[in-house]
Write a protein that binds this ligand. Structure first.
Ligand code: ATP
Ligand code: MG
Length: 389
């Protein structure tokens, strides 16, 4: 097997390296380049001697900078500072006749890739190659991080768009059920009632009554489906809707559920906000009934400093970061995206005393005419009963 003993990897050796060399001695420049070529590097170098020439040249597409430390009226550290100020991420190697430990440490602290003595120039090629590779992998990592951030952003935009489309689609289906199915079932119910009244045949009457029961059941089912698709109760205001939700939840689950709001008059909320708050409370309460093992729950709606806050808490077992990372759980993830559609966010905190989920939505613009909403259940919410919740 052939072994490459030059210490230079094919990546650096295979291409032409563009080097900016800050060096006032012709002989030292020639010597450094000879060392690089002897090590198998394909180098195209440009030598500058003065601070000015260096500053002018720094914006060219170099692969690395090699700089002498001692220059007339200028130092390698000054050149390093100029490079950093230019914002360019170039490998910088400091070469010096004599360099003290303090200077070397300062150079490395200021971002130099490496430093070496002029009588150890055999180290120059491997040092250069290492510095270029480190810089390239740093750049690749930055590009990958930026791409990841962009793709996360796109994913979040898509998820928010889907949440909005799902709500629009639900509203359209609810309308169709209301107009087509609901309308037909109601007409059918009237017709059956008419037949029942007109017929003397007990057998027909019995059949019609049974059919009426079936139709009534179908009407109730379609209303329930419509409500799940688009909560009509929201038309009476968010406060009324949450109050209704909390008491229905308590009846259905047996979990003592309190609703509290500091405002019995709700501000007029921007479009979309009530539905986001409603769906958030719905998912939070569903989670409480499914996972918390709680005996108490609380829903709190407040408006302070232009921020609408909805807090849903329970006295259950609490949740862990692993719970939130479950691959097949989408409820809370969906809430984050849903909140994003109206410029809000969701926070969760949990401990031995239970779980609190808070939705915050800054309401841009001044509050408009207050909308009268049904009052809350007085002082039902007593924070002292909830300990750390
Ligand atoms: N109030 C809570 N108390 C205890 N654990 C909870 C609570 N809310 C959520 N969790 C935990 O967090 C996990 C994630 O909740 P999330 O709502 O995202 O998903 P899910 O309810 O499991 O499924 P779905 O996608 O149907 O909502 C739950 O599986 C549960 O373990
Ligand atoms: Mg859930």
């Amino acid at each position: 097997m052939l072994r490459d003993t030059s210490g230079v990897t094919p990546t650096a050796a295979a291409r032409t390296l563009r080097i900016l060399h800050l060096e006032d001695s012709d002989a030292d420049h020639a010597l450094a380049m000879a060392h690089l070529r002897r090590a198998g590097l394909n180098v195209q170098a440009y030598r500058v001697e003065t601070a000015r020439a260096f500053e002018n040249a720094i914006h060219e597409p170099w692969d690395a900078v090699i700089s002498d430390y001692n220059l007339p009226g200028y130092s390698g550290l000054d050149a390093l500072a100029v490079l950093r100020a230019s914002g360019r991420e170039l490998p910088f190697i400091l070469v010096s006749g004599e360099i003290g430990e303090d200077t070397a440490v300062e150079a490395m602290r200021n971002g130099a890739s490496d430093y070496l003595l002029k009588n150890k120039l055999a180290r120059l090629a491997p040092a250069l190659e290492r510095a270029i590779e480190a810089s390239e992998s740093r750049r690749a990592r930055q590009a990958a991080d930026a791409e990841l951030a962009r793709s996360r952003e796109r994913l979040s935009e898509l998820a928010q768009h889907l949440q909005t489309s799902v709500e629009l689609e639900r509203a359209a289906i609810a309308r169709e059920i209301h107009d087509d199915v609901g309308g037909s079932l109601t007409a059918l119910k009237f017709d059956l009632a008419w037949i029942e009244r007109r017929s003397d045949d007990p057998e027909v009457q019995q059949r019609v009554r049974s059919a009426l029961e079936t139709v009534t059941h179908a009407i109730e089912a379609s209303q329930r489906i419509m409500h799940n698709l688009r909560p009509a109760i929201l038309e009476q205001g968010l406060v009324a809707a949450l109050q209704w939700m909390a008491s229905r939840f308590e009846r259905r689950t047996g979990i003592a559920t309190r609703f509290h709001t500091s405002h019995d008059t709700m501000m007029q909320l921007p479009a979309g906000v009530p539905l986001v708050a409603y769906r958030t409370a719905q998912e939070a309460l569903t989670n409480i009934s499914k996972h918390a093992g709680a005996t108490k729950a609380s829903v709190d709606l407040s408006l302070a400093s232009g921020v609408l806050s909805l807090e849903v808490s329970d006295n259950g077992r609490g949740l862990s970061p692993e719970d939130l990372a479950k691959a097949r759980s989408f409820g809370i993830r969906g809430l984050h995206e849903r909140a994003g559609t109206v410029g809000g966010w969701v926070e969760l905190s949990s401990g031995a005393a239970g779980t609190i989920l808070i939705l915050s939505i800054p309401l841009s613009g001044a509050a408009r005419e207050p909308e009268r909403a049904p009052s809350s259940e007085g002082d039902l919410h007593d924070p002292s009963q909830w300990g750390t919740l």
